[in-house]
Design a protein around this ligand. Structure first.
Ligand code: HEC
Ligand code: HEC
Length: 401
């Protein structure tokens, strides 16, 4: 944890209680900050202490920072996460960078704010494992430093509700929106010559046109001054979970389990720890049209936060574009916005270059290394890759050519 703390300080934006961070719309910032948790330095300090504290797990081994590690782009870089006792969940850990700017939390949006979200891992049996939030608060209540900080921050003794609030306040300081893409867009606005951009080369520029045009990414990943993170906040089945084609049987079983125990903590457990995970938003709304649907993730810093998708099933951004290019994985609930794109190999490279140019410049070195690593990874399969197959111009059982 000490290495993480050392890395953290120079990275953090100095978010002032009054002003939204750079590139964040004032109204958006206000609407996402709960009225009972106005930002203050002492709340952030308390939240930071909690974020790195393994005492918030039942066996003292796991903190938020275990799975949202500062030195690993605020995630764990694993396919799916491992909690107490080495228990592995079914979902990939998103980054906590910019999480405070999302309109809902978790892949299925089952919590509304970072404050609400932060309380759930603590009581998730495979993550931090406390039987109740009160038990977690008890575990730190004897610490005089915590007693002092809770009093100063919220005028109370350590308690579950304020644990969530303080961690939420800390997460509001993890804003990373300063990428080569932003420099490019700013210079375009001033009609300077965008070709001069070192970190946003011609490939990324072509990628930006594809993103907003032929590849139609912008439909679900809008990225503009009002919405700087690249998520529409909505839920779509893009055919990632479609490996499970017995969706309906699974849904019926899930409804039964949710009826038996309709609490939020049961939903938390079922969503992360069981095969029901693949049902996505359906677990929250119980609408059949939400089967296999997940919230469009933010695209900021995506170059360094792999592997990708709710189940971490895609190792590189090339794999992600291949998925979109073939029109996803067919299933009865596939979003209408997903169709084969007919992108050429060089267009795929351009889109990937764009995605890597969405990483905050504070991570430039890591981003460059990661791009190289992913390129090598994708090349391993690429020389032999049947592009006709990958783009669905040919289907596996069709041997005509
Ligand atoms: C054992 C690993 C683990 C621990 C510990 C953990 N998380 Fe997570 N976190 C995850 C996983 C996995 C998800 C996705 C779960 C889902 O979507 O259902 C997630 C999701 C999130 C999200 C939602 C981000 C988004 O894009 O929707 C935030 C914010 C977050 N965690 C913060 C925290 C905080 C704060 C703590 C400590 C209180 C914490 N996490 C503890 C693994 C972990
Ligand atoms: C119909 C809506 C939709 C469209 C169109 C779309 N996406 Fe997505 N995107 C999503 C959803 C939903 C997910 C998460 C799916 C899941 O995990 O099952 C996602 C996931 C991703 C991820 C993985 C992010 C991560 O952190 O794991 C990347 C990268 C991405 N999309 C980029 C793109 C690009 C580039 C395009 C255009 C070629 C695009 N998307 C088009 C909805 C969409």
């Amino acid at each position: 944890m000490s290495t993480q703390l050392e890395r953290l300080e120079p990275l953090r934006a100095l978010v002032s209680p009054e002003e939204p961070p750079a590139r964040v719309d004032r109204r958006m910032w206000q609407s996402l900050t709960p009225s009972d948790n106005a930002l203050s330095a002492v709340r952030v300090e308390l939240g930071k202490k909690l974020y790195f504290d393994t005492r918030l797990s039942k066996d003292n081994t796991v903190a938020c920072a275990t799975c949202h590690d500062v030195t690993r782009a605020f995630t764990d870089l694993r396919k799916t996460s491992e909690g107490i006792g080495g228990q592995e969940g079914k979902r990939n850990a998103p980054t906590t960078m910019n999480a405070a700017l999302l309109s809902s939390q978790f892949w299925d949006g089952r919590e509304a704010s970072v404050e609400d979200q932060a309380r759930m891992p603590i009581i998730n049996p495979i993550e931090m494992g406390f039987a109740s939030g009160e038990a977690a608060a008890m575990a730190i209540a004897g610490d005089p430093e915590y007693r002092r900080l809770f009093q100063a921050a919220y005028g109370s003794d350590p308690n579950y509700g304020d644990i969530g609030r303080a961690i939420g306040a800390f997460e509001r300081t993890l804003i990373f929106l300063d990428a080569p893409l932003d420099a490019f867009l700013a210079s375009k606005k001033q009609s300077a010559n965008p070709e001069k951009h070192q970190d946003f080369g011609p490939d990324a520029q072509r990628g930006w046109l594809l993103f907003n045009g032929k590849a139609r990414c912008v439909a679900c990943h809008p990225l503009n001054p009002v919405n700087p993170i690249g998520s529409d906040g909505r839920f779509h089945n893009i055919g990632v979970a479609a490996k499970h084609q017995n969706f309906e049987a699974l849904a019926v079983e899930a409804l039964r389990a949710l009826k038996q125990d309709p609490t939020q903590s049961k939903l938390e457990e079922l969503a992360v720890a069981t095969d029901f995970s693949e049902l996505g938003r359906f677990m929250v709304t119980k609408n059949y049209s939400d089967i296999g649907a997940f919230r469009s993730p933010q695209l900021r810093n995506v170059g360094i936060t792999g592997p990708y998708m709710h189940d971490g099933s895609m190792a590189s951004l090339w794999d992600v574009i291949d998925h979109y290019n073939k029109g996803g994985e067919a299933n009865a609930y596939l979003d209408g916005g997903i169709e084969a794109l007919d992108l050429s190999e060089s267009e795929i490279d351009d889109l990937v270059a764009l995605l890597f140019a969405m990483t905050d410049t504070r991570f430039s070195a890591l981003n460059a290394a990661e791009m190289q690593r992913q390129r090598a990874l994708s090349k391993e399969s690429r020389p032999n890759r049947d592009t006709e197959l990958a783009t669905r111009k040919k289907i596996p059982f069709d041997q005509r050519n």
